[in-house]
Structures are given as structure tokens and as C-alpha cells.
Design a protein around this ligand. Structure first.
Ligand code: ADP
Length: 587
């Protein structure tokens, strides 16, 4: 019994059992005694572990404290060395902390500012306290980020980037503000200088564009006379010795016109002014146009011109058909120009098709002189030709391919070339075109589509009013109109044109746009608005040396049906006038 655990002993004493019972339950008591002893030793072990853990906890805690102290020491060192201002502010907008950068930025000592309102020290660009920089009274105010110009103590200005954020307590209440002030004067000045330089550049560009457009107008007007008169003289049975000179005159003036047009187009694309149109068009009509432009030139050179498209292609697409025609015209014109015998072919195939779009590949192949390997990159540059004697031999400006390349880039495409000297060249490009929902869409009769003209068509007796102020242009157009036996009237300004329409009935009006007294736009509008119902439908076409997109867009606003560009080739003009009459009588 003496060897039992003290708690068992205490309980046996309380139970006061006789010796016989004790002997009887002795084995059981031994087991209980063992359980008590084991429990004791377990308890000691747990106590040991607890003690150890609390010691470790204490040490970790101590280490953490040391770390925090060292981090906050480092932080205040960082804040002290940082170039930007770091601050804290109470809810009333008084500075409660400012790092040393504050002094460098403002010239105010930190200790003189703490506890005082921010605006006593932050000035606006006039040097007045910036009282309404922060709207502290707004209940939802959370953050602020503002860039402003501030006048400094020395009267100079600095650009400051000021940001601030509300500090919240654990319970979510606003306790104050924390923020930064960064001196961004250098960045801002660079930015302003850049903006200024850009503005200057765009001014200069605008001036260049205006210059180009005025120059082109000025050049086209006399060119109109030169081209017109050379055509007229050629039609008047010149002597054989005059014929060559007249042909040179005609070709040179037409070449000059191409050059002016190309330079204008090139400039427009290069300066990003060219926007592609998104309109329904009929691919077949574009190809017919191409065929009719080049049919005669190919025939004159005894070349076969074969234009074919995949017969399964949809008829209509949405895109810029004028620019697509321009690319094809350039490539086919080159192919014919640089080919002496054989053929020029244009193939169009669909290489990808989905419900809404088609990727078309255009392949223009010739059996001409070919392009040497080392010139293949060069010819895509502006004003570049493969050989120095090309201009002499074939003419051209060296701008055509550069324009094609840029137009295709605008259409997210590129121009490919494969060529072998002496065998020929293949230019190809792929464009993705949206399918038009107007499956049978037919463009209005295109007055420039010469296939609509018949041999027997003539302008005899047709009444045309021409509004034109330039004496030379009047002389040229009068000669053509008389030759075609047109019954014409000339009005030398818009107002005279308007008056003439009130007195006479015309089949169409050709309207110069830039005229004294009343310009062509105003005159057209006034004619459309007059009481005569015929004036609502009479074809009015602008006859102008300006071809800018802005002009084309304005035409509709003033009720003008279309634009005929000066200078015009008389044969083209004849066909266009016939086209306009066709259109008039079809409607
Ligand atoms: P241009 O035809 O007005 O000279 P382009 O930019 O259209 O200007 O063409 C540049 C040059 O590329 C041409 O002068 C010619 O040397 C070469 N070139 C273009 N197309 C062909 C072609 N189909 N065959 C041979 N040479 C070509």
C-alpha cells in the first residue's frame, strides 16, 4: 500500500476498506496505481513541451520585434533618401508627416510645416494657396490623383504629380491621408515640347498639303488647255511633219498629268489622309472597266489581254472598288508597258471562303522584259525604276508600285513579285473582302464605263450649260462642244449660271467649282432649290481641277451628281457626257 500513488492512497484512506477486501481487489488496485503513475509522467512530458513552446514563442516574438524595428528604421531611411515627397495628413488636411524630400521640393523646412494646412505650402500656378486641391468635405472621398503646375517660393514653376489615399482604421473609419508628390517638371516639359513640335509638324504638313493641292489645281488648269488643244489639233488633219510634234506634245502633257496625279495620291497616302471606302461593289464591273481601259492599248501592241475570274465567286463584295481598280490598273498598265510580245493575264481566285467573307488572290502575269533579282526590292520604292533608261524608253514616274504597295498595306495586304529577266513577271496580292448581302447589286450606270457607249451615240443638239470662269478652259471646251454639235451656253460665274437656268431648259450642267461672285457649290445648291421641278433632277456635274476626297464628299451636300476631273481627255469627256445622258434617260 505504501508503494501506491499518492492519490490512490488518499482515496483508499477515504474508503477505509478492511484487509480482506484490500487483498481481494489488490490486482485491480495495482492496475489503477499504474494508470495514475503513467498519467503523471504524461503530464510531466506535456508540461515540458509547453514550457519549451512558450520559450520558443517568446524568442520568435522578440525576433519579430527586432525585425519590425529594423524594417521601420530602414523604411524611414528609404523615406529620408527618396527623391519624391511622401506625406501623411490628418483629416483636416494638416501635414502630420513629411519626408526630407519635401524641403528639396518646396524649400519649406519639414518642422515648420507639420501640423499646418497643406495649402499654406502648396501653391497653384498663380502662386496662390491651392485651397481646393483636395475636397476634404466630401464623404465619399477616397483617392486623388492630380497633375498641376505650381509656383515655387522663387517664382519659378514646377509640374507636380500629387496623389493621395485615405487611411482607414481597423474599424473602417477614416483616420487621415497618405500620399506622394512627384516632381515631373522634366517629363512634362519634354511632353509639352513634343506636343509643340508635333503641332508645328502638322502645321507644316497642312501647309504642304494645301500647297500641293493649290499647285495641282494651278498646274491642272493650264494642262487642261495643253491637252485639250493638242487633241484638237490632232483632230484637224495636221501636216505629216506636224503630227510627230503634236503627238509628243499630247503624250508629254498626259505624262505630266499622270505625274501630278501620282504625286498627289502618294502624298495623300503617305500623310495618312487616305481613307478606304466600304461600299457594295460588283467585281465583274471592276474587271469590265479594266478590260475596257486596256483593250485598245494591248491590241495596239498585239498583246493578248486575258482577264478571268473563278466562276464560283460571289458577284458582290463590300470594299473600296476605286482603290482596287487603281491597283489593278497600275499593275496591268506596267505589264502591258513592259511586254513586247505574248500576253498579259489577270486571274482572280478565291483561296479562302467563309459565310461572310472571301480571301481573293489577284495574279497579274506578263511575258515581258522581267525584273533583275537585284532590282526586285528597289522598284517598290517611290520614284524608283529598275533601269535608268526606263523613263526614256517607257515613260512613267516610278510611283505606281509604291502607291500599290501602300494601298495594299492599308487593306492589310502585301504585293508579291516573281520575275525572271527575259521571261516575264508575276505580281500578286491577296485581299480579304466581306461578302455583300446585295447579291445582285448593280452599281448605278457608271458614266465612266465606256462599254455603255454605242457607236451611233452623239451629242448633237444636246443643251448643256457650262459654268466656267477661266478663259483658256472656256476656249477649249467651246471648241469640243461645237465639234460635237452641242447646243451650249457659257456662264462665267455661279450667279450667271443660276440666272441662265431660270431662263432656259438644259439637259445637263457642267459646273466649275472655284468661280468669282458665286462658286459652283452655291450655284448648284441654288439651282436645286429653285421652284422649277426639272432642276431637282437635272444632271449637275462638277468640272474641276481639284480632286481631293473632301471635295468629293461635299458634292453630295450641294446636290452635285459627280465629278469630272480637269484636265480631261476629250474622247473621255465625250463618253462621259454620253454616259450622263444615258443615266438621265434611264431614270
Ligand atoms: P513606273 O511604271 O511609272 O516607272 P512603277 O512604280 O509602276 O513606276 O514601276 C517601277 C519600275 O518597276 C518600272 O519603272 C519598271 O522598271 C519596273 N516594273 C514594274 N512593273 C514591271 C513589269 N511588269 N515588268 C517589268 N518591269 C516592271
Amino acid at each position: 500500500m505504501n508503494t501506491y500513488h499518492r492519490l490512490l492512497k488518499r482515496q483508499l484512506k477515504k474508503a477505509d476498506l478492511d484487509a480482506g477486501t484490500l487483498r481481494l481487489i489488490a490486482p485491480f488496485l495495482l492496475q489503477v496505481n499504474e494508470a495514475y503513475t503513467t498519467f503523471d509522467s504524461d503530464l510531466q512530458q506535456v508540461e515540458g513541451i509547453l514550457e519549451k513552446s512558450s520559450q520558443e514563442l517568446f524568442q520568435t516574438n522578440q525576433q519579430l520585434k527586432n525585425n519590425i524595428e529594423s524594417i521601420s528604421g530602414q523604411l524611414s531611411k528609404v523615406a529620408g533618401n527618396i527623391k519624391d515627397v511622401i506625406f501623411e495628413m490628418d483629416l483636416d488636411g494638416n501635414w502630420s508627416y513629411l519626408n526630407p524630400a519635401w524641403y528639396t521640393l518646396t524649400g519649406f523646412k519639414v518642422k515648420d510645416c507639420l501640423g499646418k494646412p497643406y495649402h499654406t505650402f502648396l501653391r497653384d500656378d498663380q502662386g496662390k494657396p491651392y485651397t481646393n486641391l483636395i475636397n476634404l468635405s466630401s464623404p465619399n472621398f477616397k483617392t486623388l490623383s492630380k497633375i498641376f503646375k505650381s509656383q515655387q517660393l522663387d517664382g519659378k514653376h514646377k509640374w507636380l504629380d500629387f496623389s493621395l489615399k485615405v487611411i482607414k482604421s481597423e474599424k473602417g473609419q477614416n483616420e487621415g491621408y497618405i500620399g506622394t508628390i512627384v516632381d515631373i517638371t522634366k517629363i512634362k516639359e519634354t511632353e509639352l515640347a513634343l506636343i509643340e513640335a508635333k503641332e508645328k509638324e502638322s502645321h507644316a504638313n497642312k501647309a504642304k498639303d494645301e500647297f500641293l493641292s493649290t499647285m495641282s489645281h494651278e498646274i491642272r488648269t493650264p494642262l487642261n488647255a495643253v491637252i485639250g488643244i493638242s487633241h484638237l489639233l490632232l483632230l484637224e488633219n495636221p501636216k505629216p511633219e506636224q503630227l510627230e510634234n503634236l503627238n509628243t506634245l499630247k503624250h508629254s502633257s498626259e505624262h505630266l498629268l499622270c505625274l501630278v496625279n501620282d504625286i498627289l495620291d502618294f502624298n495623300k497616302i503617305a500623310s495618312g489622309q487616305l481613307e478606304l471606302e466600304e461600299r457594295d461593289f460588283n467585281l465583274g464591273q471592276v474587271l469590265n472597266g479594266l478590260q475596257s481601259i486596256f483593250h485598245n492599248t494591248a491590241k495596239e501592241k498585239d498583246l493578248r489581254l486575258i482577264i478571268k475570274k473563278d466562276t464560283t465567286l460571289p458577284k458582290t463584295f463590300i470594299g473600296d472598288s476605286t482603290r482596287l481598280s487603281q491597283i489593278l490598273t497600275n499593275l496591268v498598265s506596267n505589264a502591258i508597258k513592259f511586254t513586247e510580245e505574248g500576253k498579259v493575264s489577270v486571274d482572280i481566285e478565291a483561296i479562302e471562303e467563309s459565310k461572310n467573307y472571301c480571301v481573293l488572290e489577284f495574279i497579274i502575269t506578263d511575258t515581258g522584259i522581267g525584273i533583275p533579282e537585284d532590282k526586285k526590292d528597289k522598284i517598290f520604292l517611290s520614284f524608283a525604276q529598275a533601269n535608268s533608261d526606263t523613263t526614256r524608253k517607257y515613260g512613267g514616274t516610278g510611283l505606281g508600285l509604291a502607291i500599290c504597295k501602300q494601298l495594299l498595306e492599308l487593306m492589310d495586304s502585301e504585293l508579291h513579285l516573281e520575275s525572271e529577266v527575259g521571261k516575264g513577271s508575276t505580281f500578286s496580292f491577296k485581299i480579304k473582302l466581306t461578302k455583300s448581302t446585295k447579291a445582285d447589286y448593280k452599281e448605278e450606270l457608271n458614266i465612266f464605263d465606256v462599254s455603255a457607249i454605242h457607236q451611233q451615240d452623239n451629242l448633237k443638239g444636246v443643251k448643256i450649260l457650262v459654268a466656267e470662269d477661266n478663259k483658256v478652259n472656256i476656249m477649249v471646251i467651246e471648241k469640243f462642244l461645237s465639234k460635237w454639235q452641242v447646243d451650249y451656253d457659257i456662264a462665267e460665274n455661279g450667279l450667271l449660271a443660276l440666272n441662265k437656268t431660270l431662263e432656259n431648259t438644259y439637259d445637263m450642267i457642267l459646273m466649275d467649282l472655284q468661280m468669282p461672285v458665286m462658286n459652283g457649290f452655291e450655284a448648284s445648291k441654288a439651282i436645286r432649290e429653285s421652284n422649277n421641278p426639272l432642276h431637282k433632277v437635272i444632271p449637275i456635274y462638277a468640272l474641276s481641277a481639284s480632286t481631293g476626297m473632301d471635295i468629293k464628299n461635299q458634292l453630295w451636300e450641294y446636290g452635285i451628281d459627280g465629278l469630272i476631273c480637269k484636265p480631261f481627255n476629250p474622247t473621255d469627256l465625250f463618253k462621259k457626257l454620253i454616259g450622263i445622258l444615258h443615266q438621265k434617260y434611264i431614270h
